[in-house]
Design a protein around this ligand. Sequence first.
Ligand code: RIB
Length: 293
Amino acid sequence: MPIVNFGSINLDFVYRVERLVAPGETVQTLSQQRFAGGKGFNQSIALARAGAQVRHVGRVGEDGRWLVNMLAEEGVETGDIAFAMTPTGHAIIQVDARGENSILVHGGANRDLTKDALVRVCATLSAEDWVLLQNETNAPATVMALAGQRGSKVVFNPSPLDASVLELPLDGVDTFIVNSVEGRGLSGEAEPGRILDAMQERYPNAATVLTLGDRGALYARDKIRLEVAAESVEVVDTTGAGDTFAGYWLAEMAIGGDPERALHLACRAAARCVQRPGAAVSIPLRSALEPPT
Ligand code: RIB
């Protein structure tokens, strides 16, 4: 099944630091590198590497042409990525000695997707399509409304979470993919089981996938509850792990439709991602993952 990802595309400026900078503090960095990134971009790469057919809808400046080329080289359809006068979005990412990160995102061209472009793409959607959204572009409100009319299944990763998310027409979402912070923001609950209960109460037609980092991931839809443990690995950089998980999970759902298998595969892919620096570059190929148990 084709997956249409209305997603951000960023330049990631990554700084290694001993520890994340605190308010009012100045810290010397240990190194600096530029990577391809953006939650949408990373998720399209993960989908493609997991074997899914992906169409990416987005917007970049001229400085982002190499990122579009990179998507195309991965087999992602890029015909719906527009070029803007506005510079490509970018992220300033600190990564500390434990591999934890702290990210500042500047939307740039990601926030300039035109309504015309969104309407045009949504008019081609059908009930066979999966639509993927994150919260780094200005697309979610329009796409949620239009994709719902076309009967497409909307998968929403509300990241980064902000107040605008609660204003969205979330009743039409088929699946939420959230981490514990986003789960708490949407449900008002902190404990994983309670997050799932509250999400099911608020959005009874939706599934929720809750990622818990090194504690694995949970899934809930109707009466089905699933739990998968994370693999224990040495962490170098967690950037992009959530995107790797989301892409692999959705690819497996679109291909095979089994949420338990999708959870196993996504956890395994995310565990590989955290063992390398960078976001998109550290997403594994499906062939590099052993079959899920
Ligand atoms: O999820 C990781 C991504 O968040 C980075 O690639 C960065 O661009 C930000 O969007």
